[in-house]
Design a protein around this ligand. Structure first.
Ligand SMILES: [Zn+2]
Length: 145
């Protein structure tokens, strides 16, 4: 084999390596920029949702008037909120818990405050033996007689 052959082979390998390095760099840049694009899209979605929540609250408070197209979306949100509340109630029933009236979080039956939002909740009385109509324990009344 001639020196030219090895020289050409070397140049060819070098070109392949450069292309591979170039592709890796391109892939890295593409992945990085795609992640940045997704991040910006998520931020915009969050801000849209924030605007939506503010507008929704204002509409419910009666401090904002809206067109029919927005009013119909508000009705949809109300309908879904109603479904959400009943699903949470159903879940609370299955898990023997209850639903915070303020935030909708599932909470244990023996806590005085919602652990998520801090709203005071009525504590269920602890399970005690059945009492007679006058409020005395059955056993107690019988031994006194
Ligand atoms: Zn709560």
């Amino acid at each position: 084999m001639s020196d030219d052959f090895f020289s050409d082979l070397g140049k060819s390998i070098s070109r392949v390596t450069q292309k591979a390095v170039g592709r890796t760099g391109e892939l890295f840049e593409t992945t990085k920029i795609n992640a940045q694009i997704s991040g910006e899209q998520r931020e915009i979605e969050k801000l849209y949702a924030k605007i939506g929540a503010i507008v929704y609250r204002k509409i419910l408070n009666g401090t904002m008037e809206v067109d029919d197209d927005i009013a119909s979306i508000v009705d949809d949100i109300r309908a879904h909120a109603g479904q959400l509340a009943s699903r949470r109630k159903a879940l609370a029933g299955v898990k023997r818990m209850r639903v915070c009236p303020a935030c909708g979080e599932l909470i244990a039956t023996d806590v005085a405050f919602c652990p998520k939002c801090g709203t005071p909740v009525v504590v269920d009385p602890p399970a005690v033996p059945e009492k007679t109509e006058d409020g005395e324990d059955d056993d107690w009344t019988e031994t006194e007689e």
